[in-house]
Design a protein around this ligand. Structure first.
Ligand SMILES: Nc1ncnc2c1ncn2[C@@H]1O[C@H](COP(=O)(O)OP(=O)(O)OP(=O)(O)O)[C@@H](O)[C@H]1O
Ligand SMILES: [Mg+2]
Ligand SMILES: [Mg+2]
Length: 503
């Protein structure tokens, strides 16, 4: 496999009133595990069900109910760890994180603070062709999701929906290696892409299946390098955590706002309080959610209801052997095997479905031509109607058929676009359509010559100009194409024009 080499992007610098400042960002991504049942019960995880219909006794914290670990959720966490090139811990353990909230019937969340199932890994965050940053992953732990409070049904009442209570989440914690708002969004994009390739989280941000807590601090240039050398956090500024972000656009806006807020505080002699904040998209600002005084004391302790989780290396190896090809590898292979630019390869590997479609078209054909058609013609056309690649009315075989007709010089590039539109809207076999509707390219030089002679005869002034300035030959080529309804073979036309004007 070809490893793509890349340059590290520059950190975002914000000019304050007094100094320049750099941003330092660490993310906690909460990814809902794709599984049919919850982490510790057999209740369904299906989204959009009747409120409180997917609730087992243990989810509702009925007395005497005991949690039973869902092996598939563990497998999904291991798969995710392997996909992030992380260390898998054969022994991990569950802890209770205690807090009081109406949507948390147990009064605690079962999580993994001290011994998470997955340790250190990494993610390559792409910032454009040839530019990427390696972001270190600190850990992934498994935990339960909480329920949902519903406040907007009645002005005088609050309701609780426990359907989400106990659904498995993976909390994926990064090191503070992200250096700007765009990088933060690119990090979430890449994480989402990897999870979707792995099939461990559907990445649906609208439904809240993927959300991020964004930790932001600011420091003077040079400080981050000192932190990286020593891993000593005292070189960095104090972080604030912006909770529950589920939009790429808002993540960027919130970081931007938060960094400027912190800079204003430190430049006027104040100090940043480490606190949890919420972003308000209507006002584009972050506001304190919990101050230090109300800081949570979660009173973590090992969950007495669950034995430590022990898994076997052989099982981990089996999961590793079944991992799909991941985005970085696929992209490198597309560049390598099909001769694509890194940009085109990135576009085509954004999701597995697009990559599979492209491969089916490109197999045994000109890869660059296939990429060009899939990206510009097909994606362009699908986007216009907001269709997904999986709903494409043109199958890979049909698009491949069009490309074969171009390659064999049966049709011109211009006619190929008309043909594509016909296949897209009416369906059908490309070669048959070309035959039936007389779309074949005119390669008969006699016919082309006749058309060209006529044009030359009609435009003597233009001929004189073209003899002095050979660039004007293109005008004649265009006229011949027009006269032949776009069906003349451009190669033949170019040759004839050059010949005649050279005379
Ligand atoms: N100075 C800093 N600037 C920016 N990010 C930081 C800084 N220090 C730590 N972080 C990031 O903050 C995050 C801390 O997450 P972690 O889950 O370890 O703890 P937490 O936020 O205190 O706990 P909780 O899970 O209860 O929210 C990590 O992503 C880490 O990289
Ligand atoms: Mg955390
Ligand atoms: Mg946190």
């Amino acid at each position: 496999m070809l490893d793509l080499t890349y340059e590290t992007p520059k950190p975002k610098v914000i000019a304050g009133a007094k100094h320049d400042w750099e941003l330092v960002i660490g993310m906690e991504v909460h990814a809902q595990v794709s599984s049919n049942a919850k982490l510790f019960s057999g209740a369904s995880t299906k989204f959009g069900a009747e409120p409180n219909s997917n609730v087992a006794f243990v989810d509702a914290a009925m007395p005497g109910m005991l949690p039973v670990i869902n092996e598939y959720c563990v497998e999904q966490a291991v798969r995710t760890g392997l996909g992030l090139k992380a260390e898998i811990h054969l022994k991990s353990a569950f802890d209770r994180k205690n807090y009081f909230y109406p949507d948390l019937p147990q009064g605690y969340q079962i999580s993994q603070l001290y011994e998470p199932i997955v340790g250190e890994g990494e993610v390559i965050v792409d910032m454009g062709p040839g530019v990427a940053r390696k972001v270190r992953i600190e850990r992934i732990h498994l935990e339960q999701d909480a329920g949902k409070s519903v406040h907007d049904m009645d002005p005088n009442m609050s309701f609780v929906d426990l359907n989400r209570t106990g659904v498995a989440l993976m909390e994926i914690v990064s090191r503070p290696d992200i250096r700007g708002p765009e990088e933060a969004a690119a990090y979430v994009t890449k994480m989402r892409q990897i999870l979707r390739y792995l099939g461990t989280c559907d990445g649906n941000m609208q439904n809240g299946n993927l959300r991020a807590d964004v930790n932001v601090s600011v420091c003077r240039p040079g400080q981050y390098e000192k932190y990286m050398e020593t891993q000593d956090f005292s070189h960095l500024g104090t972080r604030c955590e912006i909770k529950n972000m589920n939009s790429m656009r808002f993540i960027q806006a919130a970081i931007e706002y938060e960094a400027r807020r912190q800079i204003a505080i430190v430049e006027t002699g104040g100090s940043v309080d480490q606190e949890t904040r919420l972003y308000d998209p209507d006002k584009n600002e972050t506001r304190s959610m919990r101050s230090k005084e109300e800081a949570h004391d979660y009173r973590y302790f090992p969950c007495p209801d669950l034995l430590p989780l022990e898994i076997e290396q052989g099982w981990v190896d089996d999961i590793a052997a079944s991992l799909p090809e991941l985005p970085d590898e696929k992209k490198a292979r597309f560049v390598n095997d099909f001769g694509l630019t890194e940009y085109d390869a990135s576009v085509l590997t954004a999701d597995v479905e697009s990559a599979d479609y492209f491969e089916a078209v490109a197999e045994g054909r000109d890869g660059k031509l296939a990429a060009n058609w899939v990206i510009n013609e097909l994606f362009g056309r699908l986007n216009r109607e907001d269709h997904a690649i999986t709903d494409s009315p043109v199958s890979p075989a049909q698009l491949g058929g069009i490309l074969d007709l171009i390659k064999s010089d049966t049709i011109s590039g211009k006619i190929a676009k008309d043909l594509f539109e016909i296949v897209y809207t009416e369906g059908g076999e490309p070669a048959e359509i070309v035959e039936e509707r007389g779309m074949k390219q005119v390669t008969d030089t006699g016919a082309i010559e006749a058309a060209l002679d006529q044009i030359i005869a009609d435009n003597p002034a233009q001929v004189e100009k073209a003899k002095i300035n050979p660039k004007l030959a293109g005008w004649f080529v265009g006229q011949v194409m027009k006269a032949t309804g776009g069906k003349a073979n451009p190669k033949a036309v170019n040759q004839l024009v050059a010949q005649k004007l050279g005379d």
